[in-house]
Design a protein around this ligand. Structure first.
Ligand code: ZN
Ligand code: ZN
Length: 402
């Protein structure tokens, strides 16, 4: 179901430490962070939770682990349902209410930013408004980030200076100062509202939760929020896989996109072309080949193979699809699993940034393409926490030409 997080206090997520003593928040909330907030809530309200208990899952030891203990107290627990199905719940990434992620194929007029945005996949790399006006300089440049009601969008952040807070325990260390940047507003009225999708929960489940604590430094008051169901009509709420019931409309748009892409790139073969946009960061798995595949690639063909394998794009018929083009930002990421006992660092993984776009080609008909891709949870690893979720991308005109 589509839900909103309404914050009562600023939040800090991710905690990228750019320079020492300065912690910068992300402006979005990955699904694993929302899952952790749910876990914290369940355990804090669980009559049989033992803080020192260590649970072994797949050979790794964890503390603070949510599982159904099936004790007498559990029978009348109001969180029983959530607890029972916790492993099956899927969390999307959460974004500022009303925003869309700008695809990395988007370009803007270099001289006049008010001119229409273009999408490289279906249009030439020059400003159409400047061409129309007869301007000599028609250059365009890359755009990224969020868009809301056709305009660039940024959340408001504020710097807080606090006593140093130990990054794992939340306990304050004496004598050190940190500057912490937190998200303080998503609109002009100092509200902080994020939207997203949680699969596998009901209205009853979320009404059993009176307050979540999302992100870091929650022990000193950051990240307090309520969770509510999105109202009707808010169904574009979650940036996620398009709804299966929109198949007809989506395949129509895919067909149109394919024609425009082929024309723009002067393609004359028999393939159908379609694009997907990542609505979340994607974690790519590269362990099978060893080493850093991105630094080793030799040519375009190999690069596409690496991408294809990393994305784990194919489920059943892996010969049917090929990658035509990739527009992606890739970064290395090493997360921390604070539930782990011992070394809490995770293996570093390659992350594909949200907004990245991949163009595929195939000889399959559009309705089969739709079925194949909609049946996937997402690309890459950790899709139960929103990583690798995507939607079909048709160019920009739907979003910005109003
Ligand atoms: Zn219990
Ligand atoms: Zn222009």
């Amino acid at each position: 179901m589509n839900v909103k997080l309404k914050f009562k206090s600023p939040f800090i997520v991710g905690g990228i430490k750019r320079v020492s003593n300065y912690i910068e928040t992300l402006d979005y909330i990955p699904g694993n962070v929302v899952r952790a907030a749910f876990a914290r809530y369940i355990l804090n309200n669980c009559p049989c939770f033992d803080r020192d208990e260590v649970v072994e899952i797949d050979g790794e030891k964890h503390r603070n682990w949510v599982y159904y203990r099936n004790r007498p107290e559990c029978q009348k627990c109001r969180l029983k349902n959530l607890c029972l199905k916790f492993d099956d719940i899927k969390f999307s990434f959460f974004y500022p209410e009303g925003t869309d992620i700008i695809p990395l194929t988007t370009m803007r007029c270099k001289m006049r930013p008010e001119h229409r945005l273009i999408d490289l996949l279906t249009e030439k790399r020059e400003c159409p408004d400047c061409i129309k006006a007869g301007n000599s300089d028609t250059r365009v440049e890359a755009v990224s980030g969020y868009i809301k009601d056709g305009k660039d969008y940024k959340v408001s952040k504020t710097l807080f200076t606090r006593t140093a807070i130990d990054k794992y325990t939340g306990a304050a260390k004496e004598g050190m100062l940190y500057s912490i940047e937190a998200v303080t507003a998503t609109d002009g009225e100092n509200n902080i509202v994020y939207w997203g999708l949680i699969k596998g929960i009901t209205d009853e489940d979320i009404s059993a939760i009176d307050e979540l604590r999302v992100g870091k430094y929650t022990s000193v008051g950051f990240g307090r929020c309520s969770i509510i169901a999105a109202e009707d009509g808010d169904d574009r709420c979650a940036p996620t896989l398009q709804a299966v019931e929109n198949k007809e409309e989506i395949t129509k748009k895919m067909k149109l996109f394919s024609e425009r892409y082929r024309a723009n790139n002067k393609i004359t073969d028999d393939y159908k072309y379609f694009a997907v946009k990542f609505v979340a960061d994607a974690k790519l798995g590269f362990k099978s080949h060893g080493g850093n595949e991105f630094e080793k690639y030799k040519n375009n063909g190999e690069l596409k193979d690496i991408w294809f394998n990393a994305l784990r794009a194919y489920k059943t018929d892996n010969s049917a699809y090929e990658i035509d083009k990739v527009y992606a930002e890739v970064f290395n990421f090493r997360g921390y699993d604070t539930s782990k006992v011992g070394d809490i660092r995770e293996e570093p993984v390659h992350m594909v940034q949200k907004g990245s776009v991949i163009v595929f080609k195939t000889l399959k008909p559009f309705n089969e393409i739709f079925d194949d891709f909609v049946s996937m949870d997402g690309f890459g690893l950790d899709t139960e926490n929103g990583f690798g979720w995507f939607e079909f991308h048709f160019g920009l005109e739907v979003q910005v030409n109003d």
